[in-house]
Design a binder for this molecule. Sequence first.
Ligand code: BGC
Length: 774
Amino acid sequence: MITIYMKDYIKVDQWKIIEEGFDPGYNTIAESIFSLGNGRMGQRANFEEAYSGQTLSGNYVAGVYYPDKTRVGWWKNGYPEYFAKVINAANWIGIDILIGNEQLDLAKCEVSAFKRELNMKEGYLKRTFRAKTANDKEVEVEAIRFCSIADDETGAIGYTITPLNFSGTITMIPFINGDVVNKDSNYDEKFWDEVKKGIWEDGAWVQLRTKKTGFEVATGMRIAMEQNGQPIALKAQPVEKDKFVALKAEIDAVQGQPVVIYKYAANLSSQNYAAAELEDNLKATLLHISEKGFKTMLAEQAAAWAKKWQHNDIIIEGDASAQQGIRFNIFQLNQTYTGEDDRLNIGPKGFTGEKYGGSTYWDTEAYCVPFYLATADPKVTRNLLLYRYKQLDKAIDNAKLLGFKDGAALYPMVTMDGAECHNEWEITFEEIHRNGAIAYAIYNYVRYTGDEQYLADYGLEVLIAIARFWSQRVNWSDDKQQYVMLGVTGPNEYENNVNNNWYTSTIATWCLQYTIGVAEKVKTTEKGKYEALVNKIRFDKEKETAKFQDIIEKMYYPYDEKHQVFLQQDGYLDKEQILVKDLPASERPINQKWSWDRILRSCYIKQADVLQGLYFFEDQYDLDTIRRNYDFYEPRTVHESSLSPCVHAIIAARLGDQARAYEFYLRTSRLDLDDYNNDTEDGCHITSMAGTWMSVVEGFGGMRVRDGKLSFQPFLPAKWQSFSFHVGFRGALLNIKVSKDCVQIKNLSGNEVSVVVYGKDQLIKANNELLVEG
Ligand code: BGC
């Protein structure tokens, strides 16, 4: 049904996402796109007032999860029993409205002048509309709300209703409802129990506890009202039900006079407070924000966003739609993860839907890390690394469960608290390349920030555990007289249980090599810490690194002489080689049109696989090798993972194919805004948004880090007049602007910075700029 909708449903604007006119069939998609978040909590763009049409209600508190029981057809040893998911938390946005005795419900009213606007510059959602009830009573509504990034446990709503053609009673019932469900719950279970609740004169709250995991979250509201521009006393009756509290206020509304309800809300979790202290802290927080007032909170929100934009905006001149697309990506990434808490991570859908359970995937290390490295304080990425460090014990347990030993770690494919949450054997047991991405992120962080101390403090311990895993996961083939890696799934999940996936074997030996190098470095530079670690994890450097070295030297990588390409896996060329361009459009996407059996036997590649390796390790390969592999694999790739186009955009840019690079960029940049994959209703593709950023900065900007310096090899996409972006690098903030005939790099910091532009070393003095003819 959704496919019939115009792809240009969202109006183009440089700083806003705009929906004009109410289309109930588009509502669940718009709810995803207009989502709000502040790293600590988030929500879909559900309506405040009741809505009986199609909707997916969603309010989430980061890090609060429930272990839903695994449901599989046939149990296999090693499967995790539970699947942790971020769960739907108490709904704090609800305000039921009665006009006389009719409920305001857009599914049952005549709706006009409907407009939903996500203001990305200032960080709020605004919705305006007129609605006529069955009894012909017409009201005008303006609702503004946000999740505050200044006080990240809070949010606020300003809801204004004006009777247009009548005077009479309007009843407003702001509520907190903890009686919520997850759409994707495995056994239709409800995940919350009530602990306590309370109502006072102008506020109410509920404290809930998750079943099994025992997280407690106190959610509360404080209400203030105005009529015709003047504050009015709130005279409300309390309403209580199971896990539900409300205040019911009847207003004598006067035609043409706006009534405003301010709903100040807060969500406090036992992750940050003792459960017994939640109530007092919640009330203090509510008091604090309500005394600040809505306008001040909104101004603080705008100021906080302005600060973020100053460091991470990308400005595109000459293409408003591309501008809107890239800002939307940056905005959503910043709403999802702020990096203040090393227990939190980035779910592929962020706070915009239930799919992927809010859990952590390799997406974080492979795709999101470059974005946060360049656009945020280094501590943000460090916290992402520490998240994995803290879960190392569980990764070792996870490997043990599969039969590995001696401190080998296999990080989970999907996790919330470090335990594996995925239960398809071909992924859980075989998509082991994720371990490599975690090591690569450490390398990337150190290469970017220069923070070598991290290696001695945390990094090396993780690297050794990962290296131990790889050294046990390979086996010696008598036949080949080489090490092989059997039974794996590469990033291309359209192949399972293959032998010798080139990418997996390549990243495995890279991990071994990197670990040897880091161990040597830490041993010489941080002797004390090194020895403490050796004792803690019983690292026999000589023996273990000798084994690592042996594997590095004798690893088997499949290669095809005829095409002169790295072979995705053994036997790949036995598959019938029909290129994607020769597939009828009616058969795509193949993951919706074909049986799994047919997909597995086909040559089609879901997402960058060999090319993922060439992206990570491009400096190890000459341009001809990269080109041959790109020319071979891209025509066989269906890009049915949103993570695919960005890697291809970057490689195409590197190969000088600017038109293709731009084409791939377009596929990621407006993926959700234009609902390309017909799945935005499930939530936005948050982790692939970081890939969009990479396409611009690493693709069009050609940015790389080499030898402790940033280098740039930019080009301007033909449709654009210019583009510019900010990156932070080792204490300096740079603004890079690429125009038709020149590249301008401003050093906005007090230190001089050396960069490489088109292969030439350049020094930019503090607060100075460099102009290079392009
Ligand atoms: C991709 C994985 C990715 C996951 C979550 C899958 O479709 O194939 O690489 O980790 O989505 O984004």
